[in-house]
Design a binder for this molecule. Structure first.
Ligand SMILES: Cc1cc2nc3c(=O)[nH]c(=O)nc-3n(C[C@H](O)[C@H](O)[C@H](O)COP(=O)(O)OP(=O)(O)OC[C@H]3O[C@@H](n4cnc5c(N)ncnc54)[C@H](O)[C@@H]3O)c2cc1C
Ligand SMILES: NC(=O)c1ccc[n+]([C@@H]2O[C@H](COP(=O)([O-])OP(=O)(O)OC[C@H]3O[C@@H](n4cnc5c(N)ncnc54)[C@H](O)[C@@H]3O)[C@@H](O)[C@H]2O)c1
Length: 455
């Protein structure tokens, strides 16, 4: 039995805890069954955003006629795009290794529990007073042989397909289908319902659908009845009896817990109804001294949330943090075309929760920089508490929405009052100045609401 101060199962974001604890002189066992760094740098956020950079450039060139420029995309070197992205992925493991000092022992293998306090990896038994489970998620099982998930394209080492079908209408499907379509791979997206990005505010997802479908061929209310893999391609039969051939078929239909790899039946650790590990507000599982953080908890499934949680857990374990982490707000963005960013309640959620609210939706076009983009759809939508002026939700669609929303986030975090967004000074005519008329309009909407209630 090997003794440590800390055992960590899963070297994704939790690598940072291992590195920092090692620097404090703690003896750390870091167990990873795949590549150090986890999903984000190896097969998630980073490589997918590297790909989106290419897509964005191509879309801009193709759209240049709006600026009275005749330009054509003469050649897209797809191989180079994947080669460069793969090179980044291949560098991750070595870069992560450099983070750790001699106090951190890396065990490459699948970790599992023998009991509440003993973890086994490669037939070696380890124990520590503190154990962190940070095992993340994996793609939901693909129902057809030879079909891909996002894991299969990071890195893409097989031949680049000439045509691809992508199933799903969520984050991954809308980011990847946009990329494949932009680089010239014939792309079909299959969505079982009639919306894309179904968890976004309805007004925003409708605009997204209208704009996105101008580029990507999306079939709605459809499922695959059958898909036969023959001679390196799929013969796809849809449930409306339509048939067609595509080189690749990729499913992006959600992600599932890795808890089933941990032999939790040997412990008192319990799962919730979704199969994710149950925890209290201090990240502690049903076993004292065993914690679960990041995607493994199934709560947010976002890199910034995982990183924030891990940072807080480190402070709880090795510094003097006594308070639980309470996320005031959890923003996210979908890096597709168009780009969407959101924080807080959607109108639907506000309605469901019976919350008193006022909405205000404003075009960005009052800003000269927004006009210069020559796109008409960008919008800001606020959901507001009319009594307190609090921003309950903010939803953006348009160029650099993910960047734009940080200004709103800052206000929400500091002193959440829409009037602060209205009173601040903006650089004229920066794109973010588009938030000024949105804030003015939002405050007006609250005043009109208050007036209407006086009668
Ligand atoms: C295609 C894609 C794009 C994404 N884009 C974004 C984005 O733009 N922005 C964003 O915020 N989020 C994005 N995400 C989500 C983000 O990647 C995750 O939220 C984040 O990586 C979670 O970190 P984690 O450390 O909790 O889990 P992970 O990074 O998944 O790490 C868990 C690690 O545990 C290992 N493991 C699992 N079980 C065991 C075991 N039994 N023994 C040993 N090791 C084990 C795994 O191999 C893995 O390395 C994206 C995800 C995907 C798939
Ligand atoms: N920009 C980002 O922050 C980013 C990008 C990619 C992924 N992620 C994270 O990764 C997670 C997983 O992404 P995802 O796109 O796989 O999940 P998702 O939950 O966003 O979307 C899943 C989609 O698949 C559909 N679906 C589910 N089961 C299906 C089935 N059997 N047949 C057909 N369609 C089905 C759903 O209706 C939905 O449209 C996200 O929830 C997100 O947290 C974040």
């Amino acid at each position: 039995m090997q003794n440590f101060d800390l055992i960590i199962i899963g070297a994704g974001r939790a690598s940072n805890i291992a590195a920092k604890a090692g620097k404090l002189g703690k003896k750390v066992a870091l167990i990873e069954k795949s590549t150090l760094g986890g999903t984000c740098p190896n097969r998630g956020c980073v490589p997918s955003k590297l790909l989106i950079g290419y897509a964005q450039k191509i879309r801009e060139i193709k759209d240049s006629k709006k600026h009275f420029i005749r330009a054509i995309v003469d050649n897209i070197d797809q191989e180079e795009i994947f080669k460069r992205t793969n090179e980044y992925i291949y560098s991750v493991e070595e870069n992560y290794k450099k983070k750790f000092n001699e106090n951190v022992t890396i065990f490459k293998g699948e970790g599992s529990f023998l009991d509440d306090k003993i973890v086994e990896v490669n037939n070696t038994k380890l124990t520590a007073p503190k154990i962190i489970v940070a095992t993340g998620t994996r793609p939901a099982k693909v129902p057809l042989e030879n079909a891909w998930t996002s894991d299969d394209i990071f890195p893409l080492i097989k031949e680049i397909p000439e045509s691809i079908t992508i199933v799903g209408g969520g984050f991954i499907a809308c980011e990847l289908a946009n990329f494949f379509d932009a680089i010239g791979v014939e792309t079909t997206q299959l969505v079982r319902g009639d919306t894309l990005l179904e968890n976004e505010d309805e007004e925003i997802s409708e605009i997204f659908k209208e704009q996105y479908c101008k580029n990507v061929n999306v079939k709605f209310n459809i499922s695959i009845k059958n898909a036969l893999y023959k001679n390196n391609s799929f013969e796809i039969e849809l449930d409306n009896d339509e048939t067609y051939k595509n080189d690749a078929l990729l499913f992006a239909i959600g992600r599932v817990s890795n808890a089933d790899t941990l032999k939790l039946e040997n412990t008192n650790i319990k799962l919730n109804e979704k199969g994710f590990i149950r925890r209290d507000e201090f990240f502690q599982t049903d076993v004292e001294g065993v914690y679960v953080v990041g995607d493994a908890s199934g709560e947010h499934m976002l890199q910034h949330a995982a990183a924030f949680e891990m940072n807080h857990l480190f402070k709880m374990l090795f510094e003097d943090e006594k308070e639980p982490l309470k996320f005031k707000y959890m923003p996210h963005a979908v890096f597709s075309h168009p780009e969407v960013a959101s924080v807080g309640l959607t109108e639907k959620k506000a309605k469901e929760q019976n919350i008193k609210y006022v909405t205000s939706t404003t075009s960005w076009l009052a800003s000269a920089k927004a006009q210069a983009l020559k796109i008409k759809y960008p919008r800001t939508k606020f959901i507001l508490n009319p009594d307190t002026y609090e921003i309950l939700g903010c939803h953006l669609i348009g160029y650099e929405s993910a960047t734009m929303i940080h200004q709103v986030l800052a206000i929400m975090h500091l002193q959440n009052d829409i009037r602060n967004l209205k009173e601040m000074l903006y650089i004229h005519p920066a794109l973010s100045e588009a938030l000024l008329p949105a804030a003015v309009q939002a405050v007006k909407a609250i005043h009109e609401y208050k007036e209407s209630k006086k009668i």
